[in-house]
Design a binder for this molecule. Structure first.
Ligand SMILES: NC(=O)c1ccc[n+]([C@@H]2O[C@H](COP(=O)([O-])OP(=O)(O)OC[C@H]3O[C@@H](n4cnc5c(N)ncnc54)[C@H](OP(=O)(O)O)[C@@H]3O)[C@@H](O)[C@H]2O)c1
Length: 331
């Protein structure tokens, strides 16, 4: 197979660290879970398909090491746990967050990885366009609900939002976020992935402004990777596109282990410990398209998202805002 890929070279251990990974039952998320498990973390697979998550846990336990590494790591392995999470349901997100807040004394790493690409036009039970909620809105809410716990686990905490190069095709359609007027599968995906980067930037700014230290935020493009992400392609591109992506393109694209490297880099590498709010590709900070760098769009998106999710009043002070949200969750 021919691909260009950079590896995360950090050998840092994650003993006594707790990491939550959404969509960790397959693809890039599962390989990230495998890596963190090897580094000694307690890894929480937050997944909607719990049976598939159980299979992933068995696979990770039985094969914790890629063959090339088996001689290098001799230390203790971590722990694996499964929590049910369906990002298409705000109710499920709140329930998952409540359980995590109750059961887990600390959370150091949150990987917002789960996602779908180019689905047909559908709405979630909450009335949002499917990709908008799965890829962006759901992770926004989950992150804010877990932030108090992450804050109390700091320093050394990191939040990683898995975006995509496809954000370059994106716009934030403030007057039609659900794309009711002109839906396009790529348009919706690109919007959601642009939103991931803007959220990263704005959260980093708000953390800084609220003088909350010890939590860094990253967004990234993992590369083009052979995973189940093409599951909708036959329906929204052309019949046979899914087969082409998985079987023909496999010669030219990354495998999931390679695809997980930039996530792992952002989540653990000492080299980026002092960076926050940036976008990464191939294990280094890169420049996203101009809209993803625009402070005004980032702030407007945050405000609009709070309105959509009824997280109001949206206080400019992050500390008091988080207190309001926690109170709302407890009600
Ligand atoms: N593969 C690529 O080339 C590529 C390129 C750029 C960016 N990315 C991004 O990388 C991330 C991981 O994708 P992948 O390539 O590993 O794809 P994948 O193999 O399809 O994995 C996606 C994961 O997300 C989960 N998921 C989807 N909708 C969910 C929901 N509503 N609630 C909870 N979990 C949900 C899936 O769970 P189920 O098994 O239950 O469906 C699965 O575990 C995505 O954010 C994607 O946009 C991938």
């Amino acid at each position: 197979m021919w691909t260009y890929h950079k590896l995360c070279t950090s050998k840092v251990r994650l003993d006594n660290k707790v990491a939550v990974i959404t969509g960790a039952n397959t693809g890039i998320g599962k390989e990230t879970a495998r890596d963190f498990y090897r580094r000694g973390a307690r890894v929480i697979l937050a997944c909607r398909n719990v049976e598939k998550a159980k299979e992933a846990v068995e696979d990770i336990k039985n094969n914790p090491f890629p063959s090339t590494e088996s001689q290098q790591y001799k230390d203790e392995l971590g722990e694996l746990a499964i929590y049910s999470l369906d990002l298409c349901s705000l109710k499920s997100i709140k329930e998952c967050a409540k359980k995590l807040l109750t059961n887990e004394p600390v959370i150091h790493i949150l990987i917002n990885n789960a996602g779908i690409m180019m689905s047909p036009h559908e709405k979630t039970e909450d009335g949002f366009e499917l990709q908008l909620q799965s890829n962006y809105l759901g992770h926004f809410l989950l992150t804010l609900l877990l932030l108090p716990k992450i804050r109390s686990s700091a320093p050394g905490c990191r939040i990683v939002n898995v975006s995509s190069l496809a954000h370059v095709f994106g716009n934030i359609h403030f007057d039609d976020m659900n794309l009711e007027r002109s839906y396009g599968p790529l348009k919706a995906y690109a919007q959601s992935k642009l939103a991931n980067i803007l959220f990263t930037k704005e959260l980093a700014r708000r953390l800084k402004e609220a003088e909350i230290s010890g939590i860094n935020v990253y967004s990234l493009h993992p590369g083009v990777v052979r995973t189940e992400l093409g599951r909708y392609f036959d329906r929204t591109i052309v019949l046979g596109a899914k087969f082409f992506y998985r079987h023909i393109m496999r010669l030219f694209i990354k495998n999931p282990t390679q695809g997980a490297q930039t996530i792992i880099h952002c989540a653990v590498d000492e080299k980026v410990a002092d960076e926050t709010g940036l976008y990464y590709g191939e294990c280094r900070a890169i420049r996203p398209q101009w809209k993803a760098r625009d402070d005004r769009i980032a702030k407007d998106l945050w405000d609009q998202t709070c309105r959509l999710l009824h997280l109001e009043p949206n206080d400019e002070n992050l500390t008091t805002f988080l207190q309001t949200i926690s109170r709302q969750l407890a009600e």
